[in-house]
Design a protein around this ligand. Structure first.
Ligand SMILES: CC(C)(COP(=O)(O)OP(=O)(O)OC[C@H]1O[C@@H](n2cnc3c(N)ncnc32)[C@H](O)[C@@H]1OP(=O)(O)O)[C@@H](O)C(=O)NCCC(=O)NCCS
Length: 140
């Protein structure tokens, strides 16, 4: 298994397949089209990582850094390969890259029913920010 940066556009299909196979935690949406992923890669090419085994994408993580805060999106590991440390390796590598850029604080969102992800992040020393409320706005 190796962790490497996402290659645009050739990794898009494999990443979409992986995300589409997630039973929980990752929803393929309008930010996942080839055009949108291109924008993401242009901005943070070194924060979009994949885990690969024999040329197959088995894990992904998308990091973001806006100069003040970090974000994590689409951490996903193929279901039959979970609990082998792949998720932790992807998270640790993105965390290291964010720290190296000067990032002091990072956020991520999980859905309320995703107890496995909550457990995973707590084990990796993330804490739920219960004092905060999240607001969002969709632009057309
Ligand atoms: C959350 C997710 C990414 C974790 O990926 P993962 O590769 O299973 O994570 P890890 O293997 O690093 O850690 C999971 C567990 O396996 C254990 N583990 C790690 N390596 C292990 C090994 N070699 N042998 C046995 N157990 C191991 C870890 O200790 C951890 O145990 P815990 O549940 O008791 O804390 C994965 O479950 C997933 O893709 N879920 C669906 C998508 C999702 O919810 N994403 C998060 C929302 S953004």
């Amino acid at each position: 298994m190796k962790i490497r940066e996402f290659c645009f556009p050739e990794d898009h299909k494999g990443a979409l397949e992986l995300w589409g196979s997630m039973e929980i935690g990752v929803q393929v949406g309008r930010s996942d089209t080839l055009e949108e992923i291109k924008k993401k890669i242009q901005r943070d090419p070194d924060l979009f990582l994949i885990a690969e085994i024999d040329n197959e994408i088995v894990g992904t993580i998308i990091g973001g850094y806006d100069g003040r805060r970090g974000m994590i999106y689409h951490l996903a590991v193929k279901s039959n390969l979970r609990k082998h440390g792949i998720g932790t390796m992807l998270l640790e590598e993105v965390e290291k890259r964010l720290r190296d850029k000067g990032c002091k604080k990072c956020y991520l969102l999980i859905t309320a029913e995703n107890a496995a992800a909550a457990h995973f992040y707590e084990r990796n020393n993330w804490r739920e920010m219960k004092e905060d409320r999240i607001f969002g706005k969709e632009f057309p």
